[in-house]
Design a protein around this ligand. Structure first.
Ligand code: FES
Ligand code: FES
Length: 211
């Protein structure tokens, strides 16, 4: 098959573009956007390592373990968890306290880890999605509810919703659907199947009460 589309009489030679060129462009754009996501962290960390920035070795309590890690004073908890401790279950979506993808528990309270400076939580207990299953690998009841109901599409927002729900259930273990919806209203889903997500989280709440 010829590479070029039939020529549009109104198109000048200079602006003619083949189908192959278009496809190449789309692939390149995708690669650029993925790369910018993947390397945003290293860019942010190197930006933070401006003259005068000094890393300090601190101890964090993460998922019940003492973790020693070098952090800069302006480093966020999300960056430390993902890029220094390898806990990539915590996602970074907006990186500015809007989407909730980065939600973790700090002393059992859901917090946006993209908006918490790591050094401020040295004396707190941090729980990420990796810390929810028990020592034998048995899923937390909220995780099991999500699994059973297949509540998410791409799943990018999932760990944030699960952590927000686990935290919310500590204060209200028997919520109505409306109460739980309000409880996780700080979390956004780009796939936007909120009804299904809520059904899964309600199932998780039910399992948590029975556990
Ligand atoms: S990445 Fe933290 S709220 Fe969006
Ligand atoms: S399931 Fe895709 S962002 Fe929520």
């Amino acid at each position: 098959m010829a590479d070029h589309e039939p020529e549009n009489p109104g198109t000048s030679t200079a602006t003619k573009v083949s189908r192959r060129d278009v496809i190449k462009g789309v692939i390149a754009a995708g690669a650029v956007s993925s790369t910018s996501y993947l390397f945003r962290a290293s860019t942010a960390l190197s930006d933070a390592a401006a003259p005068g920035a000094v890393e300090r070795l601190i101890t964090l309590n993460v998922n019940g373990q003492e973790r020693r890690v070098d952090v800069m004073k302006q480093e966020t908890l999300a960056m430390t968890l993902r890029y220094k401790l390898g806990l990539t279950g915590t996602k970074i979506g907006c990186d500015r306290a809007e989407c909730g993808a980065c939600t973790v528990l700090v002393d059992d309270v859901p917090r946006y880890s993209c908006s918490v400076l790591t050094h401020t939580v040295r004396d707190k207990k941090i729980m990420t999605i990796e810390g929810l299953a028990d020592a034998n690998g048995k899923l937390h009841p909220v995780q099991q509810g999500v699994l059973d109901e297949q509540g998410f599409q791409c799943g990018f927002c999932e760990s944030g919703f699960v952590m927000a729900t686990v935290g919310f259930l500590k204060t209200n273990p028997n919520p109505t659907r409306a109460e739980l919806a309000h409880g996780v209203s700080g979390n956004l889903c780009r796939c936007q199947d909120y009804d299904k997500i809520l059904t899964a989280l309600m199932r998780g709440a039910e399992y948590t009460r029975k556990a």
